[in-house]
Design a protein around this ligand. Structure first.
Ligand code: NI
Length: 166
């Protein structure tokens, strides 16, 4: 299912909480989707976007933290090391930031847009962006990382986001 114009799904949309299925083979259809996802991501000034955020529950992500775009399909984090904390936002939850502790360095195994298996090490912002987007594939969102106090504070804001979505 490809549309030229993709719509970002917002908090409260069921597809953001679904687990995404793995892609059997990356072909022309997936490459078209990747291209459209990148356009949508740039349009919204994001540094990463996961397919469930455009209503497609498949394990596809696009990333560009400023040094060039790439696609990550069926990601598996095979090693994590170090730890850093940073505030993260999400295009699906406008206006909300959560301070999240994540590994500083990861090794990821995935398929690239040419269906080639890749194993690569990423660190800092790239690692963070991949981990954030990979969370989307499991139906996990930044608000899930909030502490009890912040969750309390976010409650009303999230309720409004959910209501405005309808
Ligand atoms: Ni996000």
């Amino acid at each position: 299912m490809i549309t030229t114009k993709l719509k970002i799904r917002l908090y409260g949309d069921a597809c953001l909480r679904k687990k995404s299925v793995s892609v059997k083979s990356v072909g022309p259809g997936e490459r078209m989707l990747i291209k459209a996802m990148l356009e949508t991501m740039y349009e919204h000034k994001g540094i990463g976007l996961a397919a469930p955020q455009v209503g497609i529950n498949e394990q596809i992500l696009v990333i560009d933290v400023g040094d060039g775009p790439f696609a990550v399909i069926n990601p598996q984090i095979i090693k994590r090391s170090g730890s850093t904390k940073m505030e993260e936002g999400c295009l699906s939850i406008p206006g909300v930031v959560v301070n999240i502790k994540r590994p500083q360095k990861i090794i990821v195994q995935y398929l690239d847009e040419h269906n080639k298996e890749v194993k690569h090490e990423y660190e800092d912002l790239l690692a963070r962006a991949i981990l954030h987007e990979a969370d989307h594939l499991k139906g996990k969102l930044i608000v899930d990382y909030a502490g009890i106090l912040q969750k309390k504070k976010l409650k009303q804001q999230l309720k409004e986001l959910e209501e405005n979505r309808k």
